[in-house]
Design a protein around this ligand. Structure first.
Ligand code: TZD
Ligand code: CA
Length: 526
């Protein structure tokens, strides 16, 4: 056996047979003769490669292999990597390194200090000390990613792959690393008492709730507690049906607005989210007198850095199930009347309002559609019109780094072939991940991209107003035609001239990727 045979064996037994990558010479010796059962998904830019892998991993919940080209490919990937970090996606990034004798002298394509390159972002990074240590290092990169729910990075000299694997180099095959921790019964009993004693408890749910498949469980919990429920600020996954009568929306991402929103609650359980991921700096006391925040997360780092409140570091799913068990007899689940969206606002001067676009999606797309959203000034319009009732319905760039939407929709579609996938993409955002269109076309993925063209970085214009920077340059982007760009990547394209035309286009079931461009009025995110 050669080192590469061992590596593929390890990947296979960890279920990592879909590989996302963009190759260069350093990677070819690994990729050559890829064994049967593996599928290589080519992305044309590393940002798109990581965005696809992120979307894929968020659906499967499993480590995913990403193969990048040396330092330059890794560098291109780093913006997208910030999203994977905050989505807690266990991506295993591997980069081809020059041959061992040539690294020190910095021959072309040497990845100098490779393990430092992505360091602040990844949970673990390394380069095997010798060829025989490649399989163990790969295994470590996989398990570190899985245990920490954070990307890892491994640089591998390309002369290592064809070395013979001795018996110890094969010892990593067949390893299993499983984390299992039940919540301490005494802690659960305490928590149950705290919840029972609370006058007006509330829930704040983070993206982990959806990633970990707890969407339906938390609905049950909220209903039996009759607890007002928010989504955590800076949301990247929807953890709760957005028209459920107990849903209070996404918490605004500022200190004072959150303190105000939670003011009536004596106990706030934060499940599967940091406390809190603020954005706009609106200073003030974190909480008003009388509000107690208790975070339940398996993210020890998020617990450690929280600026206030108490944290219980444990699998939130186990806690949710224990709470449901403890309270199930106390309360009947009442039939819930979901709230109805209002009539969409109207556009003007031949331009459609984003609310009309979203109402059209809501009315025409199947209820199990997965939406990958990267349109920033239309956030308020989105939540006012949409009606999402299932887990896995909503994905947004978790760090706010643009370039996620188009590729992540590819990854989501590859991981969930049974669900329709729609990308909702702004004309600014589209450019950062545009090459993802080619992969969608290459795999004939039935993804519908709705491209909202308002000719501006709408959210930045709104921000510029807030920051007193209204004369800042660089916030308009006229002259882009994504129907032409998409056609060039092999994606069938349409220009929707009116809400009715958009509805007619959306009503057709796609058998491959399509892009529907619609000219919209610029709105504010609120
Ligand atoms: N670059 C990257 C990689 N990520 C970013 N978040 C930005 C720049 C800054 N940025 C935002 O935070 S929102 C935005 C930019 C450029 C405008 C996006 O424009 P859009 O959406 O057309 O996609 P809206 O609806 O017009 O705001
Ligand atoms: Ca725009």
């Amino acid at each position: 056996m050669q080192i590469r045979d061992v590596a593929y064996e390890i990947l296979r037994e960890n279920g990592m047979t879909t590989v996302f990558g963009n190759p260069g010479s350093n990677e070819l010796p690994f990729l050559a003769g890829m064994p049967e059962g593996f599928r290589y998904v080519l992305g044309l830019h590393e940002g798109a490669v990581v965005g696809m892998a992120d979307g894929y991993s968020q659906v499967t919940g499993r480590p995913v292999l990403v193969n990048l080209h040396a330092a330059s490919g890794s560098g291109n990937a780093m913006g997208a990597l910030t999203n994977a970090v905050y989505a807690r996606s266990p991506l295993v990034l591997t980069a081809g390194q020059q041959v061992r004798p040539a690294i020190g002298m910095e021959a072309m394509l040497s990845n100098v200090e490779a393990s430092a390159l992505t360091k602040p972002l990844v949970g673990w990074a390394g380069e095997p000390s010798c060829a025989g240590d490649v399989p163990r290092s790969l295994s470590q990169a996989i398990h570190e990613a899985d245990l920490r729910r954070r990307p890892t990075y491994l640089s591998i000299p390309y002369d290592d792959w064809t070395e013979e694997a001795g018996v110890n180099a094969q010892a990593s095959i067949g390893r299993r690393v499983i984390r299992s921790a039940l919540p301490d019964p005494a802690r659960i009993a305490e928590l149950v008492e705290d919840v029972r004693a609370a006058r007006n408890p509330a829930l704040v749910l983070g993206g982990d709730v959806d990633t970990q498949g707890l969407f339906d469980d938390v609905v049950r919990l909220a209903e039996i507690l009759d607890a007002p429920t928010w989504a955590a600020p800076s949301l990247h996954r929807l953890p709760f049906p957005n028209r459920h009568p107990l849903f209070r929306g996404v918490l605004p991402a500022g200190i004072t607005p959150i303190a105000d929103a939670l003011a009536d609650h004596d106990l706030v359980l934060v499940l599967g989210a940091p406390v809190f991921r603020y954005h706009e700096y609106l200073p003030g006391p974190y909480l008003h007198e009388g509000t107690r925040v208790l975070q339940i997360t398996d993210d020890g780092e998020a617990a450690a850095r929280a600026p206030f409140g108490e944290s219980l570091v444990v699998d939130p799913g186990a806690v949710v199930r224990e709470l449901v068990k403890a309270f199930a007899d106390d309360a009947d689940r009442l039939p819930q009347a979901f709230t109805l969206p209002g009539d969409p606002q109207q556009g003007s001067a031949g331009r459609v309002h984003p609310e009309q676009v979203f109402a059209a999606l809501r009315d025409t797309q199947p209820t199990d559609t997965a939406y990958v959203v990267e349109s920033t000034s239309t956030n308020g319009s989105w939540w006012r019109q949409m009606d999402l009732r299932r887990g896995g319905s909503y994905f947004f760039p978790a760090s706010g780094g643009l370039g996620f939407g188009i590729p992540a929709a590819v990854g989501v579609a590859l991981a969930s072939p049974d669900r329709p996938v729609v990308g909702v993409i702004g004309d600014g955002s589209a450019n950062y991940g545009i090459t993802g269109l080619w992969t969608a076309a290459e795999h004939r993925l039935p993804v519908t991209y709705v491209l909202l063209r308002n000719g501006t970085y709408g959210a930045l214009q709104w921000f510029a107003g807030l920051l007193g920077a209204s004369d800042a340059p660089g916030t308009t982007i006229p002259g882009l035609d994504f129907t032409k760009i998409a056609e060039g990547y092999g994606v069938e394209s349409f220009q929707a001239g009116s809400p009715e035309h958009l509805r007619a286009l959306l009503a057709e079931v796609p058998d491959g990727p399509r892009l529907i461009q619609v000219d919209t009025v610029t709105t504010t995110p609120a």
